[in-house]
Design a protein around this ligand. Structure first.
Ligand code: SF4
Length: 420
């Protein structure tokens, strides 16, 4: 009895007469004292709600958190202290557990060395008895209209997330023993204690047994710092490794913009350009931009090719812009400066300084962007066009892609013919 005064103050419990929270508070303090904790070694983190009225009752350190967020606060305190001789106890109600369920799962997943006590009286007491996510359907029937949604099982959820120990206790005579067991655990422990809201819940505690969930105790064989890892396949496992087979004459970097319409193969052409560059020993990045409604409007892609690693993928002043449709033109025309080299389809726009070609005619609607890319590769000699042929050879559309690339070569022959 003497020891209990060390953790509990003499302040009168603030709860309504008969409220189950008083038993929970006394059980928490008793378990800490039985385990030999001194006030200065315990940090109580409380939540909003009637269970959050506990701060003045303890002689320990106390911190009051936002509704549902106290587990996250407890995680921060635990990690900040990084001291196994200190004990962080988080106390919240079923309402707080509902609001901040993700924070509980996160603490369990990381097996944070703290104890969360969920005082479950099946309702939001402080705000008038509204149902929480832990309210059972039988209890809802008593208090409100029933619904089909089962209550959250926080004990099981914490277990599934990796909690070292999680338990539900309904019998108040076992509260102290169970809390001691949980507090002793190295890692995250959750104890759900049944409580009774005498003001908004049951008038007779004897009836409560019809509404509560059965007790359960779950453990994961897991110490602090020990991860539970699942062996999963990597998305990268199926990626093709691009090993350089060609060479490039680039010594620095070059930024390219390809612009067209949705469904016109712009993003694919940009990706193939980047892959061909990697096959030619360059570093490459690719970024796409298109409206949320991906099947309509413009489609723009940015590609950076570089001899050196690319640490910034932004592209303010592209050196090359390729445009194959009016949608693309309207989107990128303001990015064109006097020093930009512009390749544009004949149907889009005309400017004597642009290189204007029939990309749509030789590549078709879906291959025009690839034709423009192919034309630029040949025209600039940035790397061999064979690198692009190599990229497309595994595609299920290989025939039409090869046609689009070859079409660009035909355009180049016309250029030579024009110049003669
Ligand atoms: S409202 Fe309910 S939960 Fe809150 S103190 Fe009163 S009896 Fe306890």
């Amino acid at each position: 009895m003497e020891a209990a005064k060390k953790i509990l103050t003499n302040i009168k419990m603030p709860f309504c007469p008969g409220c189950g929270h008083g038993v929970c508070v006394k059980s928490i303090s008793k378990s800490l004292e039985n385990l030999g904790y001194r006030s200065k070694d315990v940090i109580i983190v409380s939540d909003i709600g009637c269970s959050g009225l506990v701060d003045p009752l303890f002689t320990t350190h106390t911190i009051h958190g936002l509704h549902g967020r106290s587990p996250a606060l407890g995680v921060g305190v635990t990690l900040g202290l990084d001291n196994p001789n200190k004990k962080v106890i988080v106390i919240q109600g079923d309402g707080g557990a509902t609001i901040g369920l993700q924070h509980i799962l996160e603490a369990a997943r990381r097996n944070i060395d703290m104890t969360l006590v969920v005082i479950n009286n099946l309702l939001y007491g402080m705000t008038g008895g509204q149902m929480s996510g832990l309210s059972t359907n039988e209890f809802k029937e008593y208090k409100h209209s029933n619904d089909d949604a089962d209550p959250y099982d926080v004990v099981n959820l914490a277990h599934q997330s990796g909690a070292a120990f999680s338990i539900r206790v309904n019998n108040i005579s076992n509260f102290t023993d169970v809390l001691e067991e949980a507090i002793r655990i190295s890692g995250f422990s959750l104890v759900e204690l049944s409580s009774l809201c005498t003001s908004h819940g049951m008038k007779k505690i004897s009836e409560m047994k019809h509404y509560i969930v059965a007790e359960e105790k779950l453990t994961n064989n897991r110490s602090v710092g020990v991860s539970i890892k699942r062996n999963t396949a990597s998305l990268l496992d199926k990626s093709k490794i691009l090993t350089p087979q060609f060479t490039s004459k680039i010594n620095d970097s070059i930024g390219i913009v390809i612009a067209g319409s949705a469904g016109g193969g712009v993003q694919s052409a940009a990706k193939m350009l980047a892959q061909a560059a990697i096959l030619s020993g360059l570093y490459a990045t690719m970024k796409g931009e298109y409206p949320i409604t991906v099947g309509t409007g413009f489609s723009v892609a940015e590609v950076i090719l570089s001899k050196k690693p690319i640490h910034f993928t932004g592209l303010e002043n592209p050196k090359v812009v390729m445009v194959v449709t009016e949608d693309g033109w309207n989107k990128v025309k303001n990015r064109i400066t006097n020093s930009t080299k512009v390749f544009v389809d004949t149907k889009v726009s005309y400017n004597s300084t642009f290189i204007t070609k029939d990309f749509l005619k030789v590549g078709g609607k879906k291959g025009a962007a690839l034709s423009a890319v192919s034309y630029w590769i040949k025209e600039s000699g940035v790397f061999p066009i064979e690198a692009l042929f190599k990229v497309v050879e595994d595609s299920k559309y290989v025939t039409s892609l090869q046609k689009a690339i070859k079409g660009a070569e035909e355009l180049r022959e016309l250029v030579y013919a024009d110049r003669k």
